[in-house]
Structure formats: structure tokens, C-alpha cells
Design a protein around this ligand. Structure first.
Ligand code: F6R
Length: 640
């Protein structure tokens, strides 16, 4: 089975593990493609065991990482007749305390994603019981462990990895030989779980988990990790020393483990991030820029001061040999970066544009800014938005989702109560007030009216911001893509309706420029789904519509990340005054201020975060030797 992920399905280019890597790992272009292969490995194991008339003992994980694997296993069961009759499943963990019926329980998760859709025998499903009483807990954990051992151990263990380096819920400090037990969840883990629990205060503090020892006894281990959020911990796990502070490093001692990654997750590995340090490279233009900016950063020297020796000492003699001298290479790379800077994001009218990021013509462009939530537009590109309007382009903003789940009940109640002042007898308003006041627990999905009110709050906040930036209301579009409207954190799948809505707005505006959130970091997050909807629309429209030939797509990053300097293809500087205008526009999004629901582990407010980020981008440019600006917004072009 090792072979299957190893050779038959050759993943993307750089896949030979290097001297830095202590765990076998493979990188795929997409988590979907990778998940299908993992599901195939599991399916072959199940069948192999069936042929031998044996049980197949699987260790299973929850979380976002294995969802597509389960989807594919369900598909195989339904379409290819894969039977789960010989499968005995043991789940890694469960929150404690936690009732089975709770939608946040791992019991619920496993049934929703897998067990309800395949023919596994109910008696063969083992998930730690989060409702066990404290006095029974110790014995319960021993029994769980013994049950696995009695069956001859786990044939296969599927894992995800937490940002703390946990596997199962074995948080930092866990012992190599630990068994199934109760543990205290790390703060970062609770932050990561907060969205599914509608706030960190609702996330349990404890969990029952299989131990490192339990996991390590499995005959085969496959760990899945997707997205840039995991790249730092993966580098530590794969390249670092074995240590209890990163429990996943214990897997370095397991001889039959494969880490299955997507490109974002593997992006910090030495062979990916700085390939010139481990092998000879084919030096294409993006790699040259990446290497030179890296070197400048490493040595804290502006590009134009890098010397031949600097290159030779840092694994880049091959590059130097190709380019001649450091002097030639430096000037070339410096100019490249210089040409990304423009105060004219819609193109500078009547100017020579061969070295500018955007075309001069047409001088007045039609522009769509796609914003996944009603605020990403001003948070991520408020300065550029402002310039585009001021420079006379026909700008449209399209909010892709209503963003209703990110409005707190308190905020909604405030508006409902104000409304009641004027509509004392309104059934709707009274119904909303009653619903919110009686809302119990965190698993209750809002009523349609409450969701509508929450959506309306975000809508009028958005209009406040777009009016402030002088955009006519008719150019503001609220798409309410259907995939988002489930009322829960878990979203539906992208459908034809979503794509049709995207195509419709594009066809109405017939844009020369599209700006969109290029958040590739979170494979299941709303931003990524919104981006997928755009990509799907572009794919269909590029051959259908002549005007699409003139439409350029620019990707900004969401509130969490920024493009690296070498990735930026358009850098729009902001003066201190423009930074303040942007801040003001963000302020209109009042419901997203002060301890918002989906804050993540960064307690800074959005406007603070983004000002820091735009200032940092400017500083990075300045450190490379370019002009010192107050702030910069960054974009990367997407070619479709
Ligand atoms: C889940 C589990 C955890 C997760 C990890 C990653 O059963 O044991 O170790 O695998 O927290 O979670 P996701 O996949 O949601 O990023």
C-alpha cells in the first residue's frame, strides 16, 4: 500500500524526500486528488482482509482533514460495492464531556460523514464515550485500549494534525508510550475548534484520546494535512527533532508512516521553500525572484548590495553561473519588483504600460471586486478600492455571502429591539426577540427571520462603507450564494446555482478587471469555496464570452495572510492619509468589531491586523531596497 501513494500515482514535481525530511511525505496539487488515493489505499486494505476472511481494524480521525476521504469511501460503497462488513473502527478521540447527540460531538461527525452511509455493523463502531462518568473513566480508557489490542492492533490509522502538533488529542507534553486517557486541550486547539462551537467559551476543555503509544502500534499510518495553516507545524514535525513539545514528531520512529499533503501544507518544507539548499534547480523566473528575495531577507541586505559571495555561500552558485554576475542578477530582480508598484491599480491612462502591472487601456475600466464576506473588500483592498473609484473606473462590489452567522445574538437583539420601538406589534420583530431570548445552547440553528436580520445588519454596514468610498448603491451587489445559507458553520457544497449566480454578475458587468480573495489557506473555509465558485465561472465563461479575453483577474489575500514579496505582481502603496480612509471604511462593519465571533487566535481587531499587515508589506519592500511607503496592498494575477 505504501507503494501506491509512493510511485504509481506520481504526485506533483518535488516529491523526492530530502536529507532534511525524517518522515516519508508526498505532496499533491489538491487535497481532493490526495484524498481519493488515501481512500483507495483504505479500500484495498479492507478488500485484502476480506479475501483473507479477516477483520480490518481501522483507526479513524475527525476534523476537516479526512472529510473527503470519507466522501470517497462512501462513494465507493455506493457505486463500487465496497463493503464495510469486516471493518472494526476505532475513533481517535471525543470531547469530554460530550453527549453523542450533540452536533459538535465526534460521534455525530463520524455518523454524518461515514457510518450512516456504509454497511459497517453498529457493534463494530468504537468512539470514545464523552458522556462516561468520571469514576468510570479510568477503567473505560483501559478497556478501549485493550479492545484494540485484543483484535491484534490497528491495521491502519488515519490521522490529522493540529497546529500544536497534536495527533489524536495528544497535546504537547504527551508521552511516547501514552495510552488512551483523558487530556486537557491546548488553548490553540480550542481556538481552532471555536467556530464549530460558536465561540471558544463553548469548546470543552477536555477530551478522551487514544495515546501516542496506541497510535504508534498501528501497522500503517497515514496523516493528512491541508492548507497553509499547517505548514509551520509540518516543517517542525517532518524536519525537527523528536520532542514531546511536538507530539507528532514521535511518528519519525514509525517505519510505515506517510504524510499526505497539499501544496500549501508542504510550503515550509526546506525542499519546497528553499530548494536551492538541497538540490540543483531549474531556475525559472519565479524561482529566481523567490531565491533572491529570500537571500536579501536572510542576510538583511537590500538586493542591490548582494555580492557574488553571498550567492555562492547560500546554495545559489548555479543561479549565478546562469546569470553572469551578482550585479546583473540584482538589477534584474530589483527592476522586476520595482515594476510591481503602481498607484494606478486600474492602469495609468495614456501612459507607456509595458513595465506596469496593469494595461493603460481602456482608460476607464469596469471592475468587479468579489468579497467573500461583507467586509473583505475594505479589509483586504480598501485602499485600492478607494483609488479605483477615485480614478474614475466603474467599480462594482459583489458580496458573495450574507455573512449572517458572524453576527452575534446580542447585536441582532439590539436591532430587533430598536425595530420594536417603531413596530411594537410586529409579529416578525417580536418573534425574533423571543427566539433570541429563548435560545439555549450553542447547537441551535437560528430561525430564518433571525438569519435574515443578521444578514440585513451586515448588508447595511456594507452600504455604509461603500457609500463612504463614493460607490453608488446600484453598484453594490449582494449575491447570497446558496452554499453558505445552511444556518450553521458547516456549509453546503458548491452547486450549479452558486456558479450561475457568479456568471450572471460577471455577464451583467462585463468586467475588464476582477478582484477576488485568493485565500488558498483553508481548504474548507468560505473564502476558498467563494474562490472555487469564481474559478468555475471563469472556466465556463472564458470560451463562451468574447469580453472575457480582456478580463484580468487579481487575487488579494483575506484577513489572515499576505502574499510573500516574491509572489506579488501588483503592489499598491498607500499614503498615511489613505490608510486612515481605509480604517474608516472598515469601521462601518460594526458587528465585526470587539471580540467578533470568529476571531481566531489573533485578538487584534480587523483594522489593526490589516494595518499591521499592509505596513509590514511596505517594510518588506523597503528592506529589499525599494521605496519606503507607509503601507502597501498586494495582489497576484490569476491566469485562467
Ligand atoms: C481528530 C483529531 C485531531 C485532528 C486535528 C486536525 O479526531 O484527533 O487530531 O485530526 O486537530 O484537525 P483538522 O483536520 O480539522 O485540521
Amino acid at each position: 500500500m505504501f507503494q501506491q501513494l509512493h510511485t504509481k500515482h506520481q504526485p506533483i514535481g518535488q516529491f523526492e524526500n530530502t536529507r532534511f525530511e525524517k518522515i516519508h511525505n508526498v505532496t499533491f496539487k489538491s487535497s481532493f486528488e490526495a484524498s481519493v488515493l488515501v481512500a483507495q489505499e483504505i479500500a484495498s486494505l479492507i478488500k485484502e482482509k476480506q479475501d483473507q476472511n479477516k477483520k480490518c481494524v481501522l483507526g479513524l480521525a475527525t476534523g476537516s482533514s479526512p472529510i473527503k476521504v470519507y466522501e470517497e469511501l462512501v462513494r465507493m460503497h455506493k457505486e463500487d460495492g465496497l463493503s464495510f462488513e469486516n471493518v472494526i473502527a476505532f475513533n481517535l478521540d471525543e470531547y469530554f464531556p460530550m453527549d453523542k447527540s450533540n452536533i459538535q460531538s465526534y460521534f455525530y461527525f463520524m455518523h454524518e460523514h461515514l457510518f450512516n452511509h456504509v454497511n459497517i455493523l453498529p457493534e463494530n463502531i468504537n468512539i470514545p464515550n464523552g458522556a462516561i462518568s468520571i469514576d468510570q473513566l479510568h477503567q473505560y480508557c483501559i478497556d478501549y485500549e485493550m479492545k484494540i489490542k485484543a483484535l491484534g492492533g490497528l491495521d491502519f490509522q488515519l490521522l490529522g494534525i493540529g497546529r500544536t502538533g497534536h495527533i489524536g488529542f495528544n497535546e504537547p507534553g504527551s508521552h511516547l508510550n501514552s495510552g488512551t486517557r483523558i487530556i486537557t486541550l491546548n488553548h490553540i486547539t480550542r481556538i481552532d475548534a471555536a467556530p464549530s462551537f460558536f465561540g471558544i467559551e463553548n469548546v470543552p476543555r477536555k477530551a478522551i484520546t487514544m495515546g501516542i503509544g496506541t497510535v504508534k502500534d498501528a501497522k500503517r499510518i497515514v496523516l493528512l494535512a491541508w492548507g497553509a495553516n499547517k505548514n509551520t507545524i509540518l516543517k517542525k514535525t517532518i524536519e525537527g527533532d523528536i520532542s514531546a513539545t511536538v507530539p507528532a514528531t514521535y511518528l519519525q520512529q514509525h517505519g510505515n508512516t506517510t504524510f499526505v499533503l497539499d501544496e500549501e501544507a508542504s510550503s515550509e518544507l526546506t525542499r519546497v521553500k528553499t530548494p536551492w539548499l538541497v538540490k540543483s534547480c531549474v531556475w525559472n523566473a519565479p524561482l529566481k525572484l523567490k531565491a533572491v528575495t529570500w537571500l536579501s531577507n536572510l542576510l538583511a541586505k537590500p538586493i542591490l548590495k548582494l555580492t557574488d559571495q553571498d550567492y555562492n555561500d547560500n546554495g545559489m552558485s548555479g543561479l549565478l553561473a546562469e546569470e553572469g554576475t551578482a550585479y546583473d542578477l540584482n538589477i534584474k530582480m530589483f527592476n522586476k519588483l520595482q515594476h510591481t508598484i503602481t498607484g494606478w491599480p486600474g492602469g495609468k491612462p495614456f501612459a507607456e504600460d509595458s513595465n506596469r502591472p496593469e494595461r493603460a487601456n481602456p482608460s476607464k475600466k469596469r471592475v468587479i471586486i468579489f468579497s467573500p464576506h461583507p467586509d473583505d473588500d475594505v479589509i483586504s483592498m480598501g485602499g485600492t478600492f478607494d483609488r479605483l473609484v477615485q480614478q474614475g473606473h466603474e467599480v462594482h462590489v459583489a458580496y458573495q455571502t450574507s455573512g449572517n452567522i458572524a453576527v452575534s445574538d446580542e447585536e441582532a437583539l439590539k436591532f430587533a429591539e430598536i425595530s420594536k420601538e417603531f413596530n411594537t406589534d410586529s409579529k416578525k420583530v417580536n418573534g425574533i426577540i423571543e427566539f433570541i431570548k429563548n435560545k439555549k445552547g450553542n447547537d441551535l440553528v437560528d430561525s430564518l427571520d433571525v438569519r435574515k436580520l443578521k444578514g440585513a445588519i451586515r448588508k447595511s454596514e456594507s452600504l455604509g462603507a461603500t457609500r463612504y468610498l463614493s460607490l453608488p448603491d446600484k453598484n453594490v451587489h449582494f449575491l447570497n450564494l446558496p452554499f453558505y445559507e445552511t444556518g450553521t458553520i458547516k456549509k453546503g457544497n458548491l452547486s450549479e446555482d452558486d456558479i450561475a449566480t457568479m456568471k450572471n454578475i460577471i455577464d451583467t458587468v462585463k468586467p475588464h478587471q476582477i478582484f477576488a480573495a485568493g485565500d488558498l489557506a483553508d481548504p474548507h473555509g468560505t473564502h476558498k469555496v467563494c474562490l472555487d465558485a469564481l474559478f468555475a465561472a471563469l472556466e465556463e465563461m472564458k470560451s463562451e464570452k468574447e469580453y472575457m479575453k480582456d478580463c484580468w483577474v487579481w487575487l488579494y489575500r483575506g484577513a489572515w495572510h499576505e502574499w510573500d514579496s516574491h509572489e506579488i505582481e501588483m503592489a499598491v502603496p498607500m499614503s498615511p492619509e489613505q490608510v486612515l480612509r481605509k480604517r474608516h471604511a472598515i469601521f462601518y462593519h460594526q458587528s465585526q468589531k470587539d471580540g467578533v465571533m470568529f476571531q481566531g487566535d489573533d485578538s487584534r481587531e480587523f483594522w489593526v491586523r490589516v494595518e499591521d499587515r499592509n505596513r509590514l508589506t511596505a517594510k518588506k519592500y523597503n528592506d529589499l531596497g525599494l521605496t519606503d511607503y507607509a503601507a502597501i496592498e498586494a495582489f497576484k494575477r490569476y491566469h485562467y
